[in-house]
Design a protein around this ligand. Structure first.
Ligand code: ADP
Ligand code: ZN
Ligand code: ZN
Length: 727
């Protein structure tokens, strides 16, 4: 038997023995590599071996974790390995249950085919074994309830565990009655009705529908209608949401709309046991609706009928560590294999999706699968928030807070309404500097500035985590006062408390909300109107709904305008659109104030006009002109080492190999230091390549991986296909 794991760049399978184990091809087992247990996928099962030579040295499989996965899921893992340039074993890790997690609690146990064969062969004098076997066979069902195991003797219980681990027993989960789902949805607007009809019309075969609707247009209701129809056809449905949106409120909302549906929730923050249980409920078919973050795209549903991706443009669908897959793109591949529809919902679709869907006609037969559905109006009477650009530099600017914004907040306080001030950074201030000589505190291990944290009076490097105290005077010139530059959430919080001493101010960022329940508590406090002003980062911009929140101020939008990341403006447009959707969703009208020094920037023009389409077309045209995604396919090669020369040597060779392999099909750019060129003593460089077509790029990258594996460079390196993060 072979069990693949991510052993090296190209990957190879490992062999184990399976004496007394009933393993299935494409099933999951627990094995050890070194001393660590792993969940692994069975990719081949060989017959009897002689027990001579190397076979004797093989380790045994520790236990059987599951029966065969749907073949399509294994094919999907193979796609991830090929497309994202990772060893198959690493991709296989995406489809197996959580690493060697404890077995879930089933409602009963049933004999597998191997189990039946075993039971038939138990000699009569093996009393304990026979007694246990009789429990199954006497009932003539091949299955017993967990309740029945309470009456077993200690010996029988041990046997039961042995049989489970041998794969002779498979867990049985409650099968819900196939009840009809009666969706509880509001009466649709004509636009929603048309959209829902268009989705239903495409619900029986592969298709990709972009549900493009302004915030508040009722997209959720529309796709839940399709979910209900798929569930009623006896299929499973998968709903993917961004990490930040997977809140108890969202789950409540879905369950209210689809009462009585057996639902499994899958995300990375679940404890291993919980996640494993959800995994098995999906695998067994008990769970009909699967709601989850990006990893749920690999849920082992054998009977999938629909995939919905909410906020499809969201950056959290791309995994930032190997395997660096993009869940939206993987979902489309999965849907194509299974011949089922995908619905992509967004107010600000990614340019990748926009290009695919809007130019489908130009793509021949492949384009037939795409459809574009627009919801141009809000579903409720609530007026859209008004957007205003306000000058960042005013008369009374304090900690990045302009006079106009301060006046807006004061007006809300008087009316008993809430305000949200949004920043895009952590910490008290991004850097500490000397106003006399310009010295600023660097991290000794990175090329980054240290961030000043006021509560602990410390300097922290947000890249490597290094900490130090705050110097009492400038180390360079001796000037007695050092100041914090820029705006951070803590500094804003302090300024707001000073400006509005009677207001209740709360801060929401990853520092203040590190506890597991902290966010939930703050959420409740905002809803209960125990907070007047909230200062926070992006996490507040998305997916939350506060009725009394009528003002959103954005204080550092300008950074994105001049970012070196080519997607920064696209992200800013999406963020600000989403923020605008936060205010005034209910009866009270909302207002969004964006502080900027560049009010004439085209991004703001499009944003004020609510012209996503114009923005998308213009941005797409400029990407086409300079050959950036989605007009081209991009791959990034990263390498890092404490030995700078090793990094240089790696790229000298890698650049030559990739260039040769790609030939005329694309372009390989010169290696560059990463934006953060030194991180925790590591020297980090990267190199990008672009090509118009997918296949030549994939083949060239494979050649590169094989060549560099053979060269055994002394660096850590990896390929990132369709990169989003250039740090
Ligand atoms: P989107 O996801 O497009 O931003 P939502 O689906 O969140 O919009 O809908 C916005 C709000 O409007 C929600 O509170 C939702 O319950 C409500 N809503 C949606 N459709 C209708 C409708 N047809 N009638 C009344 N309220 C609706
Ligand atoms: Zn100085
Ligand atoms: Zn550092």
């Amino acid at each position: 038997m072979e069990v693949p794991l991510a052993i090296d760049q190209v990957g190879r399978a490992l062999d184990y023995t399976v004496a007394d184990r009933d393993v299935e091809l494409n099933g999951c087992v627990e094995v050890t590599v070194g001393v660590r247990p792993y969940a692994a996928l069975v990719t081949a099962v060989h017959g009897e071996l002689t027990g001579e030579g190397d076979v004797g040295k093989l380790k045994p499989v520790r236990r059987v974790l599951s029966g065969a996965l749907p073949t399509a899921l294994v094919t999907l893992a193979q796609f991830v390995a090929d497309y994202y340039q990772v060893p198959f074993g690493m991709a296989a890790g995406l489809i197996t249950p959580a690493d060697a997690a404890p077995a879930p609690d089933p409602t009963g146990w049933a004999l597998t085919s191997g189990g039946r064969a075993h039971v038939a062969g138990i000699p009569p004098h093996h009393r304990a074994q026979r007694a246990l076997a009789d429990l199954f066979t006497l009932r003539n069902s091949d299955a017993i309830d967990v309740a029945a195991t309470d009456e077993l003797s200690a010996t029988q219980r041990r046997l039961l565990r042995d049989w489970q681990q041998a794969g002779w027993l498979a867990p049985v989960f409650a099968q819900p009655q196939p009840t009809l789902v009666l969706p509880q949805l509001p009466e649709f607007t004509p636009a929603q009705r048309d959209a829902a009809d268009a989705l239903r019309a495409r619900s029986s075969a592969f298709s990709v529908s972009l549900l493009h609707g302004v915030t508040g247009s009722g997209k959720t209701e529309v796709y839940l209608d399709t979910v209900a129809s798929v569930l009623n056809a006896g299929k499973q449905a998968l709903l993917l949401v961004p990490e930040i949106n997977l809140t108890p409120q969202l789950i409540d909302r879905v369950l209210k709309a689809l009462p009585g549906v057996a639902t499994a929730v899958l995300h990375s923050k679940l404890a291993a046991g919980e996640r494993n249980r959800a995994w098995h409920r999906v695998h067994s078919g008990e769970a009909r609706l699967i709601i989850g973050t990006r990893l749920a795209v690999f849920a082992p549903a054998a009977n999938l009928g629909l995939i919905v991706i909410d906020e499809e443009h969201d950056g959290s669908y791309k995994q930032n560590e190997s395997p660096r897959y993009h869940a939206r793109d993987v979902a489309i591949v999965r849907a194509k294999q299974a011949d089922i529809p995908v619905v992509l919902a967004s107010a600000t679709p990614s340019l990748e999706t926009w290009r695919n869907v809007r130019y489908a006609a130009a793509q021949g037969a492949r384009g037939d699968a795409y459809q574009y559905i627009a919801l141009r109006e809000r579903a409720t009477a609530a007026a859209p928030s008004s957007l205003r650009l306000v000058p960042a530099r005013g008369r009374r600017v304090k900690a990045g807070l302009s006079e106009t914004l301060a006046d807006g907040i004061a007006a809300r306080l008087k009316r008993g309404e809430q305000s949200l001030v949004l920043v895009n950074r952590r910490g008290f201030a991004p850097a500490l500097y000397c106003p006399h000589c310009g010295w600023s505190a660097p991290c000794k291990r990175c090329d980054a500035k240290m961030t000043l944290h006021q509560t602990t009076r410390s300097l922290r490097c947000h890249h490597c985590g290094a900490q130090s105290g705050v110097p009492s005077k400038c180390p360079a010139c001796g000037h007695p006062e050092l100041v914090g530059a820029g705006v951070g959430t803590q500094k804003l919080e302090a300024a707001l408390i000073e400006a509005f001493p009677d207001a209740r101010v709360a801060r929401a960022d990853t520092d203040s909300l590190s506890g597991k329940h902290a966010w939930r508590e703050l959420y409740e406090r905002i809803l209960a109107r125990e907070v007047d002003i909230v200062v926070g980062t992006q996490m507040l911009a998305k997916g939350h709904d506060f009725p009394a929140l009528t003002l959103v101020g954005v204080v550092d939008a300008d950074r994105a305008l001049f970012s070196t990341d080519f997607r920064a403006q696209e992200d800013l447009f999406a963020l600000l659109t989403q923020v605008a959707g936060r205010a005034g969703r209910h009866a009270l009208p909302g207002e969004v104030m964006i502080q900027t020094e560049f009010p004439d920037h085209p991004v703001f023009h499009a944003l004020l006009a609510g012209d996503y389409e114009g923005f998308a077309e213009q941005t797409l045209a400029s990407r086409e002109a300079i050959g950036l995604p989605p007009a081209t396919r991009m791959a990034l090669v990263r390498a890092e080492s404490k030995d700078a020369q090793a990094v240089a040597d790696f790229f000298t060779q890698a650049h030559a190999v990739l260039r040769e392999a790609l030939g005329d099909e694309g372009e390989v750019f010169a290696p560059q230091p990463a934006p953060l060129a030194r991180k925790a003593d590591f020297t980090r460089w990267s190199m990008t390549a672009v090509a118009v077509k997918v296949r030549p790029l994939a083949e060239a990258l494979l050649t590169l991986r094989q060549a560099m594996q053979a060269a055994k460079p002394k660096v850590r390196w990896a390929v990132d296909v369709d990169p989003y993060d250039f740090g």
